[in-house]
Design a binder for this molecule. Structure first.
Ligand code: CAO
Length: 468
């Protein structure tokens, strides 16, 4: 024979109108004595309300977000007759607490209900209160009367994810253990409990974390979760020398790796016919030869880029750290990558939209000279809105520059080459400049990048467009 029992919220001390944060059972579930039914959370403590009887849940009368007090109806459980007599004693025995691996603080609430007489139909079992939140599980657990059974073999765990799995039956664990697991990022659904009725104990969680960490090391992962490059003894195959990286390389290396890993990069390749521009540059250069100004193509590229930033505001933007907003800059500062003996530095030319080609050429020469002498001040390398990396003086037909985050784009320039170009009637020799625009795809779409690139190429082909 079986009997339906109303399960009420027991005496929960001074707490009143406490939030229900978890409902751990559904109608049809089978519960054991001590199985947690719901979890309550006040501003001072969390507590499980366990079932005082074993049986089948026929009704759940509470939902997450409800507020309850002593005597509120939690659920109706149809109890097997054999469990009825045992129920109150089992629920409150100290041995049951010890087996659960819970510490004494967590079970403070139990003493209040141990002697409680079981009501006729409404059954109360003391709530399991967790007042010492995260640190509780670190306290030594009372010794269990029976030795803890060995952990069941379990599949090798992956690195612990940040939260518990959303699906599947809820794991059997006390509030303190849930909290402990949550803090360590351990998914309780992946942990086998070695306590009574499969309850997850603190040791189970620590074992899981240890196994996950050692598995990670075996798989060659570091703290970032990325596979590491295995260490190799190169001297096995011939003589080697090891020397430290320059300070600049160490700093820029970290920055580049961070940008490479964080920014979804795409590089758009294009080329600009700079035949006319180059003729103009040469004229300008010979006109100004006596002044000692060195006018290279880069001054024009900077100027064109400023126009592109005005025409396409997303090019002159940065994402907020939460990735939810764009910061649109109203100023136009351009960083230029300079190759130095010690590594890459990126001085910034400010307000390039307001400067002419000659002024930009003069400033660029001065900045790159100071960069190579190691004389740049930190603030001369800050505040850039976009960067240019020009390898044109060295060579190459194209490359994929890394966006200098939090900027959202970088323009790569390779060596101009004379190529045959179809003019509609015949092939004509034209000086073609390769352009590589790498961009943050979270901010700039591919179509927009193609338009930006076409804008830059068109402006370089016909410098009169700069006047528009
Ligand atoms: N195509 C053909 N010729 C080019 C050119 C191009 N795209 N760009 C420059 N040149 C020519 C210049 O006109 C100059 O010719 P002359 O010697 O006849 O005057 C010559 O190549 C050398 O130019 P430059 O490199 O000294 O000057 P610049 O203004 O073009 O560039 C600077 C200045 C500082 C950007 C450059 O010297 C530099 O350091 N580039 C390296 C950038 C870099 O390392 N990028 C990689 C970053 S990621 O690791």
């Amino acid at each position: 024979m079986s009997d339906s029992q109303d399960i009420l919220v027991p005496d929960i001390g001074d707490f009143d109108s406490v939030d229900v944060i978890e409902v751990l059972v559904s109608p049809g579930d089978t519960v054991d004595v001590e199985s947690p039914l719901i979890t309550l959370e006040s501003d001072k403590a969390t507590m499980d309300v366990p079932s005082p009887v074993a049986g089948t849940v026929t009704e759940v009368r509470i939902a997450v977000g409800d507020q309850v007090s002593q005597g509120s109806l939690v659920a109706v459980v149809t109890a097997a007759e054999s469990t009825l007599e045992d129920a109150p004693a089992t629920a409150a025995t100290p041995q049951a607490q010890a087996e659960d691996g819970d510490n004494s603080k967590e079970n403070e609430g139990e003493s209040q209900g141990g002697d409680k007489k079981e009501p006729d139909r409404a059954t109360e079992t003391p709530a399991k209160i967790d007042t010492q939140l995260p640190s509780d599980p670190d306290s030594p657990a009372p010794k269990a009367e029976h030795p803890t059974p060995p952990l069941a073999p379990r599949p090798p765990p992956s690195l612990p994810p940040g939260s518990e799995s959303d699906s599947g039956p809820l794991p059997h664990a006390s509030p303190a253990i849930r909290r402990f697991a949550r803090e360590l990022g351990a998914d309780l659904a992946k942990i086998s409990g070695s306590g009574s009725h499969g309850r997850i104990l603190k040791e189970d969680v620590t074992q899981f974390i240890k196994a996950a960490l050692s598995q990670g090391v075996r798989d060659g992962q570091d703290g970032s979760g990325l596979p590491t490059i295995p260490e190799v003894d190169f001297s096995k195959w011939g003589p080697v020398a090891t020397e430290p990286l320059s300070r600049i390389k160490r700093i820029s290396g970290r920055h580049l790796q961070r940008a490479w890993l964080n920014v979804p990069h795409v590089t758009h390749h294009d080329e600009a016919d700079i035949t006319e521009l180059e003729a103009f540059r040469k004229t300008l250069q010979s006109d100004r030869a006596s002044e000692g100004i060195r006018i290279t193509l880069l001054g024009f590229v900077i100027k064109v880029l400023a126009s592109a930033m005005k025409a396409f505001p997303s090019l002159n933007a940065s994402l907020t750290p939460d990735g939810e907003h764009l910061v649109l800059k109203q100023y136009f500062h351009v960083g230029v990558a300079v190759d130095t003996e010690n590594g890459l530095v990126v001085p910034v030319l400010r307000d390039v939209d307001r400067k002419g080609i000659l002024e930009l050429a003069t400033e660029l020469s001065a900045l790159s000279a100071r960069a190579r002498e190691g004389k740049l001040k930190p603030d001369e390398m800050q505040g850039g809105c976009i960067s240019i990396s020009s390898l044109g003086g060295i060579g190459g037909i194209g490359f994929t520059p890394i966006v200098n985050a939090p900027e959202v784009a970088i323009l790569g320039v390779s060596r101009a080459q004379t190529k045959p170009r179809w003019d509609g009637a015949a092939f004509a020799p034209r000086l073609m400049l390769p352009l590589d625009l790498s961009y943050d795809h979270r901010v700039i779409d591919g179509a927009e990048a193609a338009r930006i690139s076409a804008f830059i190429a068109a402006a370089l082909e016909d410098p009169r467009r700069l006047l528009l």
